[in-house]
Design a protein around this ligand. Sequence first.
Ligand code: MN
Length: 276
Amino acid sequence: MALNRNWSKTSMCTGSEGQVGTVSEPAAEQTMDRGKPAPAADATLVDDLVTANHILFNHGVVDAFGHVSVRHDKAPDRFLLARNLAPALVTPDDILEFDLDGNPLAARGRPVYLERFIHGEIYRARPDVVAVVHSHAPAVVPFGAVSSQPLMPIWHMSGFLGEGVPVFEIRDSAGPGSDLLIRSGDLGVALAESLGTSSVVLMRGHGATVVGSNLKQAVFRAVYTQMNAELQLQAKILGAATFLNAQEAAATTVSVGSQIDRAWDMWARQAGSNNP
Ligand code: MN
């Protein structure tokens, strides 16, 4: 299938809900509902997804852009993701169900994120993945752009980076003139292939996508990927850094990974959640 190269969609105009489906809307799209919705997801999972949106905003991982999803607890071939909205503004009523092709089940015309294919294709490729965070976290962008400087675990909080952090080069899939966005299933597949079995894939000129085996882990890893990038850059100024070796990375992933609830509970409280 040919990749979408509709350059008329690359303007930076921001659409409103009243102007959905127009060519001036680069990051939102109105698409038809397809299929039958799954039984309602657990209300706690929906609340946690709302909280995840707010936590990621509070930590500067997402700003007006970026999104977080979780696999549907009653239908593994579906996922939950907000309608097209700044993460800080997401409420439970904004959470929509999607199939793995990125079709909403009951959006009822509400605009959806253009880059929802990131989520669907990773869930399809990685049965172990239960949550996905896509962001333009500024601190990681330099590491996607400078190929000689891979993102590596500089402290124990991000040992999960020790399995390697690939960089997705969209030119290999979309050619030399794309708008960098994952605006099709084909590009989602290519991104998922680049991610491979890792937890993080950087996206050259764009941002990063982080996955987890549950929502809290994905959020935790997205936050500490950003912090690791900041620290790695600071260390580079001082000199040649010693990174965690493979054994240290594996050991810290286990030990720190057991403490994720501690961080989540605090961050959820900071985010004003009623469901910490
Ligand atoms: Mn993006």
